[in-house]
Every structure is written in C-alpha cells, then in structure tokens.
Design a protein around this ligand. Structure first.
Ligand code: ADP
Ligand code: ADP
Length: 229
C-alpha cells in the first residue's frame, strides 16, 4: 500500500527560489526510497514537506494510514527523523536521550524503559547506555539518534544525509546496520544521500533528481537489496 503520495508538487520559497517543480511519486509501505542528486536539487525540501515542516506552493501531498497488521497498537501516522547532526542532549546519557522524549510523549515509565532497552539493543548501544554524548564517537552518536527516531515505532523514517559527516568505515557499518534494521523492523525509509553506492546498497528504489528547479529525472528500481550478499 501507499503511505505518502505527492502529485504535481512545486515549492517556491518566499525569496523567489523555486526549489521543486512538478514532483510526483508515491512512498510505498516497506520500501527504502532514496533521493539522490546534487546539492540544491530539493531533496531536503521534499523531506520537510513529507514531514509537515513546510508547506507546498502547489500540488498535493497526502499521508495514508498504514496497514500495520493485526494487533498493532498505534494506527497513527508517526514519523521519525534522523538528521546529519544528531541533536543529543549533552547533559543526559544515552538511555535518557532516548527515554525522555518517550516520556514526554506520554508513555508510562515502565513501558518506556522496556522500549528504550529494546531499541538501544537494536542499534548496538546496549553497552553504552550510561555513556554521555561527549564520550561517544560520531557513529555512536548517530546510533543514538536512530534509536530516538525508532523508539516511537514510526511508520516512516526520514533520513536526511545521516552519515555525511562520518568517516567511511563508520558509514559502512551504519549502512549495514540500517539494512538489518530495515529487514527486522520492516520500517519504510526515505533516505537522502549524495552517495550512489549508499543509494544502491540500501534502497529498493532510487529517485534521481536534478536542480534548478528541482525535479525528478529518473527512477531506478533495485532488485531485492535484502537478498544480496
Ligand atoms: P538539497 O537538499 O537537495 O541540497 P534543498 O531542498 O536544501 O536541496 O534546497 C533546494 C533549493 O531551495 C536550493 O536552491 C536552496 O538554496 C533553496 N532553499 C532551501 N531552503 C530554503 C529557504 N528556507 N529559503 C529559501 N531558499 C531555500
Ligand atoms: P569495489 O567493489 O569496486 O571495490 P567498494 O565496495 O569497495 O567498491 O566501494 C565503492 C566505493 O563506495 C568506495 O569509494 C568505497 O569507499 C565506498 N563505500 C563502500 N562501502 C560503503 C558504504 N557502506 N557506505 C558508504 N560508502 C561506501
């Protein structure tokens, strides 16, 4: 099923910059869709529009209710975000960085604790739950950021060049882990990257974009990325 559909979406910023021109595509449940293209082609703008952080100039953007299967508690359209610079709370340890947002969202202490333990394990940080952000490597901080995005069971995870600032070996590991998470959680991902390698490695579909104004020039479907090895 389709989670988000964009039809004829254009975006012109207040200063007159036309960031997007006539963008149409669907985000399908369970896929990893990458937006690949040069700086300034409107990739972040698309993510912000999907996230509801900005408004379209014309066209339509619709969020559809996810089919989460029977027994699923949360039928809401929840989204998680991961940005290039993880904004962690420096005064809180890893556990609390993931726990506090969940408490603020109204979960009980006990429920939140169990969920945080689970997610911290999934991103490979169980041994670092008591560490503070400044004691972590860039890759570990990114894992905290991913944990924080996953902890609310998002239907859709939006990642804006999450690994751009990291060294190649760390990126390599995180890519592997993200692929694994995708496999185990079945989360739908929309992922921005500059790296052709990353887009092919991680995604099931790539939208190639060009700039001035931002538009989609090509769509590439990648066969069963999860089955390669
Ligand atoms: P990308 O993520 O592909 O680098 P962006 O979506 O950030 O592209 O930007 C697309 C275009 O819109 C660029 O020309 C950029 O300078 C412009 N832009 C982005 N945000 C704003 C803004 N808030 N106001 C004006 N122009 C913006
Ligand atoms: P080849 O199979 O041609 O040797 P590699 O798999 O080594 O190619 O990588 C191709 C390019 O992508 C290299 O520049 C490499 O550093 C980079 N790269 C490899 N793996 C990753 C990864 N997981 N994330 C980001 N970049 C990667």
């Amino acid at each position: 099923s389709v989670l988000v559909s964009l039809r004829g979406v254009s975006k012109t910023y207040r200063n007159g910059t036309q960031a997007l021109n006539d963008i149409s595509f669907d985000v399908r449940q369970g896929e990893c869709l990458t937006l690949l293209g040069p700086s300034g082609c409107g990739k972040s703008t698309i993510l912000r529009l999907i996230a509801g952080l900005d408004t379209l100039s014309s066209g339509s953007l619709t969020h559809h209710r996810a089919d989460r299967g029977k027994g699923a508690k949360n039928q809401n359209f929840s989204m998680g975000f991961v940005f290039q610079e993880p904004a962690l709370m420096p005064w809180a340890n890893v556990f609390d960085n993931v726990f506090l947002p969940l408490r603020l969202a109204g979960r009980s202490r006990r429920e939140a604790r169990a969920k945080v333990d689970q997610v911290i394990g999934q991103v490979g940080l169980a041994a670092h739950a008591n560490a503070y952000p400044r004691q972590l490597s860039g890759g570990q901080r990114m894992r905290v950021s991913i944990a924080r995005a996953l902890v609310r069971d998002p239907v859709l995870l939006l990642l804006d060049e999450p690994f751009a600032a990291l060294d190649e070996i760390t990126r390599f590991r995180l890519n592997d882990d993200l692929l694994h998470l995708r496999e185990t959680l079945g989360t739908t991902l929309v992922f921005i990257t500059h790296s052709i390698y990353e887009s092919v490695f991680l995604s099931s579909r790539v939208l190639v974009m060009a700039a001035a104004p931002g538009r989609i020039t090509e769509e590439i479907t990648i066969d069963s990325p999860l089955e390669r090895d």
